[in-house]
Design a protein around this ligand. Structure first.
Ligand SMILES: NC(=O)c1ccc[n+]([C@@H]2O[C@H](COP(=O)([O-])OP(=O)(O)OC[C@H]3O[C@@H](n4cnc5c(N)ncnc54)[C@H](O)[C@@H]3O)[C@@H](O)[C@H]2O)c1
Length: 431
């Protein structure tokens, strides 16, 4: 524990660094209560926000009304803030090793604008120890200020769930931790302004970091188990959904389902934990196994499609596949680490014609990230249709619709099994 020489006044400015899914939510929420400066290195994103457009389509223009906020891509606009909240990405690189570059860059930016008496809070998901081992020493070195004496700091993991109107920032308990008791209290008070569900104070920063990382690791592991079961049951000619429905009648059976695990959280965070564990001399087995299973599901689905095509069509490269859904999960526009791309690439490698459609994904972003674009209108002669992401827009589709866009020998691959027992006139398969 550091000594407690700081007193932060309550009416001071909050700076949010990184205006993505997390940063925008925080900025808009705090701006109802405090003066906020939202900073991002992407000038085009900032320009959209200045025009009250959320690039992620999570908030409409009403959310920008009657609030005290300034959006900027000029870091110097953050001078004089009392709170600096970091919400930049924490991805992994090609070797699945944590890439701390955006986080460390954000630390340098804060060091350049901060002044004595301020508070730095990290929201980005990191491995236990990162805040105090990697971030704070860098801020101290760059700023010449002493943590715990000249400035306070803490960690508060984010739990927003894009596309989920129920579990919003305000409605979910917020875990907070500070470098000392004063910091802890100040951070709890700050978040109490915007979180209705309550604040949980963790005993220290490392505990709060660990809590966040295991939330997603637990989900990854459980989904990995469901995916493995799904592959086993497929060999047994059992429908996994039906098995799970029966098992779920027991009081303590947990309701996880198989699926593609993509995005920037569940499919990424476990690597932060296993990386740090390995550094400490422990090589994770269970977490790594679930990661491998989940990462392999795209190839497994592609193999199922190819097996069908080998039997159903004369020349495989003349086959035509429609993929419905290009985002990493349903009801969001986010295409980062969308695992359906593994299916698309595997089919394209065999020169199979793959059409991709999605009511929410941005065509330009998709082209940039994966090199393929969206079709506007599906054709009527597909050999396979893959319902990859069950967006709300697909809810009312039925057997007749799928029959109308496919050839009689077609296979409907319903990744999440949302049309189970509804498709009768075509071959049907789900995880
Ligand atoms: N999206 C979620 O659902 C979610 C939920 C919980 C936790 N998290 C975690 O929160 C963090 C942010 O996630 P996100 O989804 O909001 O990311 P995001 O990619 O949507 O947004 C991050 C923003 O930070 C900006 N940025 C990058 N480097 C910067 C820098 N040095 N200075 C200023 N801005 C910078 C980027 O331009 C981008 O706009 C990650 O650590 C993530 O794991 C995300």
């Amino acid at each position: 524990m550091h000594n407690n020489r700081i007193n932060i006044q309550s009416d001071e400015k909050v700076a949010i660094i990184g205006l993505g899914y997390v940063g925008i939510s925080l900025a808009l929420a705090f701006a109802k209560k405090k003066s906020v400066i939202g900073f991002d290195i992407q000038a085009n994103k900032v320009a959209m926000l200045q025009n009250h457009i959320d690039p992620n389509h999570e908030f409409d223009t009403n959310a920008f009304q009657n609030i005290d906020i300034q959006f900027s891509s000029n870091w110097m606009d953050m001078f004089g803030a009392a709170y600096y909240i970091v919400a930049v990405p924490t991805p992994v690189n090609g070797e699945r090793i944590p890439n701390l570059a955006p986080l460390l860059q954000a630390c340098k930016t804060i060091a350049a604008v901060m002044s004595k008496g301020c508070m730095v809070i990290f929201e980005s998901t990191v491995y236990p120890g990162c805040t105090e081992e990697d971030c704070i020493p860098l801020i101290e070195n760059e700023s010449g200020l002493k943590a715990g004496i000249d400035f306070l700091y803490g960690y508060s993991p984010e739990r927003i769930n894009p596309g989920d109107a129920q579990h919003t920032l305000e409605q979910v308990v917020k875990v907070v931790a500070g470098c000392n008791e004063i910091a802890e209290k100040k951070i709890a008070e700050l978040y109490s302004l915007i979180v209705k569900a309550g604040i949980h104070i963790a005993p220290n920063i490392k505990t709060a970091e660990a809590a966040k990382i295991i939330e997603n690791t637990q989900r990854d592991l459980n989904i990995g188990l469901m995916n493995e079961l799904s592959m086993i049951f497929d060999k047994m000619q059992l429908n996994t959904k039906a098995v799970l429905a029966a098992a779920a009648t027991k009081w303590n059976f947990m309701p996880f389902t198989p699926g593609l695990v993509g995005g920037h959280c569940i499919g990424v965070d476990p690597y932060y934990l296993t990386y740090k564990a390995a550094k400490l001399g422990y090589n994770s087995q269970i977490i790594t196994a679930a990661r491998m299973i989940n990462d392999g599901m795209g190839k497994y689905i592609a193999d199922k499609i190819i097996q069908h095509l080998i039997v159903a069509v004369d020349i495989i490269k003349n086959a035509k596949v429609l993929v419905m859904g290009a985002t990493f999960k349903e009801n969001v526009a986010d295409i980062r680490n969308a695992k359906i791309a593994d299916v698309v690439f595997a089919l394209k490698q065999l020169n199979i014609c793959v059409h991709v459609t999605d009511p929410r994904a941005d065509n330009a972003a998709l082209q940039k990230e994966y090199g393929y674009s969206l079709i506007t209108q599906p054709d009527k002669d597909y050999d396979v249709v893959v319902i990859a992401v069950p967006h709300k827009e697909y809810e009312n589709l039925d057997n007749n619709y799928f029959a109308s866009i496919t050839l009689p020998h077609a296979l409907i691959v319903d990744v999440k099994g949302v049309f189970i027992n509804q498709i009768h006139s075509r071959k049907y398969w789900s995880l």
